[in-house]
Design a protein around this ligand. Sequence first.
Ligand code: GLU
Length: 417
Amino acid sequence: MTLPRDDMNPFEAVTWCFDRAANRLRIDEDLQELMRLPWRELKAEVPVRLDNGRIKVFIGYRIQHNGARGPYKGGIRYHPLADADEVRALASLMTWKTALADIPFGGAKGGVQCNPSELSEGELNRLTRRYTQSISHILGANRDIPAPDLGTDSQVMAWMMDAYGQLHGHTPAIVTGKPVELGGSYGRDAAPGRGAMFCLGQWARLAGKDLRGMTVGIQGFGQVGSWIARLVGELGCKVIAVSDIKGGIINSKGLDISKLLQHTKESRSVVGFRETEPLTNEELLECPCDILVPAAVGEVIHAKNADRVRAKIIVEGANHPVTPAADLILANRGVTLLPDILVNAGGVAVSYFEWAQNIQEFRWTEERVNQELQGIMNRACTQVFDLAHKEKVTLREAAFMIGVQRVARAEQLRGFV
Ligand code: GLU
């Protein structure tokens, strides 16, 4: 087996998945070129007056990858590693994700290279407003709609909506993932985790697997990981290990998640939770669990550790947590991998519901949101599963093939080519 390079930058890695799908679909080379690169990229200086009186200049991006199927859609990441290649990769993943979920959006992503944990609330508010002003001319409720991602939350979205509203008038549909009090949707917070759980449940039904009693290890205890931890018990699974940026914990008998949430609230980390053994983030990926959920940053499973992953099922809560080389190693070893653009599509699906509710000036109940979310996740999961079997490809290849095909069709219908 010839492995692809393991040192690809994140955009090259997503493009590798795109190329593989587009070639299998025999998509015309000209059309492939049109779909491969982002349609528009904006890089902006984001100067912020710090609390100590000095000015610090951050670099911000908004990259609009593809808008053939609808307005650009995707989160805003505040992270030291949110550089152009990373944001470009995440933007292209949004294109394939929205197409796979069959929601009427294109793909985009934004980012500011910063460490939000080192900034005060006032500094974060000023940074968000300045960043929003710098990109506001390419945003719009029918053009490009941001949302939260790593390092941002509903508060940041409230500031974005406010900063945009100061320039253009009150426009709730300009961002999703807002606080419920400001037009956010019920169920949006839990959506990436709940969607992942629906997806895992549906895959198990289709594959005839019994998940009851299976052990789960989760890397990342943020918006995605902590909600998966809360909900995966509904499938009969037992979480035995979790980690966050400060380190991890394990207890092979299982963790009491509600007590763990209380502990993280008080000590701002999972580390030190009683009756557990410590483990590092790297060790978590190799811990003896049945289901591994990388739900933090990208590229944590690569050619050097893919052989040591002991789980038989990987659920990609994070975006691109597995490099293309590791993907092949895992597939060769018979590990089932539920891919990011399918697993974590729940976040953007409920973002779509939020946007639709804002436009209609109407609010859905949480029950309705969760029910519609389950419909989207089950449908996408079944389509991926069926195509993977029909074409004898991995679930990732099938997921990309469906997304890429839909975008290609939209481009043809619009008459670009
Ligand atoms: N940041 C999330 C993602 O990667 C959600 C994006 C959205 O809701 O627009 O899918």
